[in-house]
Design a binder for this molecule. Structure first.
Ligand SMILES: [Ca+2]
Ligand SMILES: [Ca+2]
Length: 310
């Protein structure tokens, strides 16, 4: 009889223990989940990733925290330096926005899609055709990053998708908040991590090679222009974001923490990360370049979606 009671007690204890474990795991799992946002659902089978219903973007969550503002490098008129805090968490695109996504936005809103026939020998400062200008057609494949969109058009897309462009501070945090030069960490850039100007550019994109990059990287990353946004996973940031360096540079919203005492001129905006046409050293994530509304559309600047965590 006593043995039977002991067996029952053990069974009950085991059941209570198991139930407590299940509850603890469930609460722990729930505690790790971000506050729900309208139109954002956890991606099945992909922990830490969410799908933004409005445009299908895959987003990752960046929690609140501090980041190290880097020295300005080549562009000394943007001298942000020190440490700044991202006080609210946010969601940001794991990938750059694609041509397919942007075309759906155009269809839904009646906008004209961007042209992929662009004068690539225009004046670098004004964007106006130069003496030797000729237009050429760049690839605009569905899974490649959209380009040829102005800052305002990129912002309009993000609003349509229920979000906004990231601030420069958010973007740099998502790219790697610990002062690293490249999203993947300490390793030197190479063709397995970065789509920049390399031996692949020596062909159809040679205009950019000659004008901007007299010294191409001594490797072949396999992409003469843009690459699919999901490519080169070895180059992902600590939050899993692809192509924070290279592929297309990305429009961001300038903020005082990054600008320091510098001032943007009216119509100027920042873009970050370098592109397929950049020297690999220009793809470091702390380098900030301004451009003006006189050069609103190029083959080298795109964007990714951001959403506030609440
Ligand atoms: Ca390349
Ligand atoms: Ca990029």
């Amino acid at each position: 009889m006593r043995g039977a009671r002991r067996t029952v007690r053990r069974t009950v204890n085991a059941f209570v223990g198991a139930a407590a474990l299940v509850t603890w795991v469930a609460l722990g799992t729930r505690a790790q989940e971000p506050p729900p946002l309208p139109g954002l659902t956890a991606a099945p089978g992909r922990p830490g990733e969410w799908t933004n219903a409005a445009d299908g973007s895959t987003l990752v969550r960046v929690p609140p925290g501090a980041m190290q503002i880097r020295p300005p490098g080549l562009w000394k008129h943007y001298p942000g330096e020190g440490t700044a805090g991202v006080h609210s968490g946010f969601f940001i695109g794991k990938y750059e926005v694609t041509w397919a996504q942007y075309r759906r936005f155009c269809e839904a809103t009646g906008r004209a899609p961007p042209s992929n026939v662009i004068a690539c020998k225009g004046d670098w400062v004004t964007g106006q055709p130069g003496p030797s200008c000729r237009c050429r057609r760049f690839e605009a494949e569905d899974d490649h990053p959209v380009f040829g969109v102005s800052f305002e058009e990129a912002a309009a897309y993000c609003a349509w998708a229920g979000g906004r462009l990231p601030t420069a501070l958010e973007w740099e945090t998502a790219a790697g908040a610990d002062g690293r030069e490249y999203p993947w960490g300490a390793a030197a850039p190479d063709g397995t991590r970065l789509n920049a100007a390399d031996e692949s550019n020596a062909g159809e994109c040679s205009d950019h090679r000659v004008r901007i990059n007299p010294g191409l990287a001594p490797w072949d990353d396999g992409f003469g222009c843009t690459a699919p946004v999901t490519s080169l996973p070895l180059g992902a940031s600590p939050y899993g974001c692809h192509h924070m360096s290279g592929n297309v540079a990305e429009w961001v919203v300038a903020v005082p923490e990054v600008l320091g005492d510098a001032k943007l001129q009216p119509g100027q905006h920042l873009y970050l990360g370098g592109s397929w046409a950049s020297h690999h050293g220009h793809c470091r994530i702390g380098l900030r370049r301004p451009t003006t509304s006189a050069l609103p559309r190029t083959t080298t600047i795109g964007f990714r979606l951001c959403r506030s965590a609440r």
